[in-house]
Design a binder for this molecule. Structure first.
Ligand SMILES: [Zn+2]
Length: 129
């Protein structure tokens, strides 16, 4: 099996990737409007404030929607197809897209799962029992 290409953390996303390596999730909380945002970016998409604070979240949420991937665009995941990519509304606010174990339904409760690769950690979700 190939190793998936690692992310390329930048000034805005570095703390997010470091936290995942520690099996924690942190999101930017806007210093202007107090909203959490994802993905990590340099300015708030609602109020354009550049300042933010990295805030821990538990990564639990509900599936908003999902798709089944039949063609792996990342060769390292070719042996995994078909797999599910879900959009999840985190309990803490933002909607994120990530891989989901199994096939969920609309509103399925999910929890985070940290998948280690060579040199980086991927955030996924698993449906709650
Ligand atoms: Zn804001």
């Amino acid at each position: 099996m190939n190793t998936p290409a690692p992310p390329e953390p930048d000034h805005d996303s570095g703390p997010f990737w470091v936290a995942l390596d520690e099996e924690r999730i942190v999101l930017q909380r806007c210093a202007g409007c107090d909203r959490l945002r994802f993905p990590p970016i340099g300015r708030c998409p609602w109020c354009r404030e550049p300042r933010s604070t990295w805030t821990p979240v538990d990564g639990r949420g509900r599936v908003y929607s999902w798709t089944v991937v039949h063609h792996a665009f990342e060769p390292a995941f070719a042996d995994d197809v078909p797999y599910v990519v879900a959009t999840v509304d985190l309990d803490d606010g933002p909607r994120i897209a990530l891989r989901c174990a199994g096939v969920p339904d609309f509103g399925t409760r999910v929890s985070p799962a940290f998948v280690r690769h060579d040199g980086w950690t991927e955030l996924r979700v698993v449906p709650d029992a």
